[in-house]
Design a protein around this ligand. Sequence first.
Ligand code: ADP
Length: 170
Amino acid sequence: MTAVSLVQGDITRQSVDAIVNAANSSLLGGGGVDGAIHRHGGPEILDACRALRASHYGKGLAVGQAVATTAGRLDARWVIHTVGPVWSVEEDRSARLASCYRESLRVADELGAATVAFPAVSTGVYGWPLDDGARIALETVRDADTAVAEVRFVLFDETAYAAFAGRLHG
Ligand code: ADP
């Protein structure tokens, strides 16, 4: 059984085996969680991302996929980068958002990570409504077939925390 916990705070301050990054397809850094992870984790993470771009991920990482690198100076062994879909009113991209959580857990299993911290993927710059993002995150993790012992959602502000808490406890 995977235990699901919620904390309000900064994902870069967590002590876990793997920290999930809401990256973009380029893998070369961005704003939000991505910026914070590279800032606090140091240049080793970007070096590892560049190496991925130079090898198997020449075109970058596709939406809904996940790949691991070192966690640099973060208090974790790995960063698992995943690319969330941009919110769209015309098209239902929920399956791709669910895939981010599922694929990140699959990579975590491959690595042998027992504790994994997730941000609320796609709910920042990519514009996904928080309540729906929380629903997809929690349902996907609950239904995932994984050996990960703890999934910790790290929500940056009170509104995000409340969206997840309402779904988990309500
Ligand atoms: P995306 O491009 O996938 O939307 P963002 O990084 O813009 O990714 O935002 C995803 C979520 O992460 C948002 O809810 C945002 O408020 C939150 N966030 C931003 N910085 C941090 C951080 N340091 N720790 C945890 N969550 C963060």
